[in-house]
Every structure is written in C-alpha cells, then in structure tokens.
Design a protein around this ligand. Sequence first.
Ligand code: IDP
Ligand code: MG
Length: 156
Amino acid sequence: METTLIILKPDAVQRGIMGQIVTRFENKGLQVVGAKLTKISQQLAETHYEAHKARPFYPGLVKFMTSSPVLVLALRGNKAIEVARSMMGATFGSKAAAGTIRGDFGVSNSFNLIHGSDSPEAAERELKLFFAPGDVLDWHRAADAWVYDLAGGKPE
Ligand code: IDP
Ligand code: MG
C-alpha cells in the first residue's frame, strides 16, 4: 500500500469543487488517511516546489499556492501515487484528457486545481512537509474487504 500527498489548490477550494474531486478518489477506492484545510506559508510553498526554483513560472506558482486556502490530503491505496497521477491528468488543463480531474474541471495551465506526489520519494518528502506525525491515521476501513481481494492475506 502506498500513501500519496494530494493538494486541492486554491482554485479548487475557491470554485467549490473540493467535494467533486474528493468523491472521485473515494469512488476509485483510495482511502483518505489525512485531511487538512490550511493556508500554505510562503516558506512551505517555496520548499514544496523547490525543484522548480529556476523555472520562470516559480514566483507565480508560489504566489498562487499561498493566495487562499488549500485542502491537503493523504490518500492510501494500491499504487496510490500512480493511480492519483493518472486521475489528475496532464499538467496543463488545456492538454489534460477528458475524464481526468484537470481535463474535466479546468482549461488553465497554471491554475490546474491539484497537486499529487510523482514518486515514492516525493510522497515521503511531501507527506512530512504537510502532516505532523500522528496526523496521518492508520484507520481500518470496513469496505476494504470489498474494495480489495484479501483472500491471499494482502490486498490484491
Ligand atoms: P505537475 O503538477 O503536473 O507535477 P510540474 O511540472 O511539477 O507539474 O509543475 C508544478 C506546477 O507548476 C504545475 O502543477 C503548475 O501549477 C505549475 N506550472 C508548471 N509548468 C507551468 C508553466 O509552464 N506555466 C505556468 N505554470 C506552470
Ligand atoms: Mg510535479
């Protein structure tokens, strides 16, 4: 089981489509193990996106991410990182395929609604940035017995 860090960006919160996006992940079978509505600090936004520091869009990206509250989620499931990334769609709303979150809800390249960790290493780093120890919960979800085949002892 993997856990990934998802951020519903300020545009998703302001447009009132948090519920529709979270519903997609729940419908897929991913488990919400952490959730927090928060306003990201300048420092945290800069650290989170530090890999993009040299890119021309970086100042605007940091400004956008700190402009208004975001919903930060920790989602768990089989191949959760890859599954969430494919559900998000391509980076630019104008290019993202129909059926994906970015493809269905936006046309902007920079206001693209959602962040998701892109590798296990990124997920580990980002979960630590946004959640304090104990804020990601190992809770038993009764539906797991039907979301997964548990006959072999591990989720299939
Ligand atoms: P990702 O969010 O799909 O992983 P990244 O390339 O990691 O995409 O870029 C991080 C974020 O920076 C994007 O989600 C988007 O908000 C913003 N961004 C990336 N490229 C551009 C650009 O060319 N113009 C404006 N914003 C961009
Ligand atoms: Mg990225």
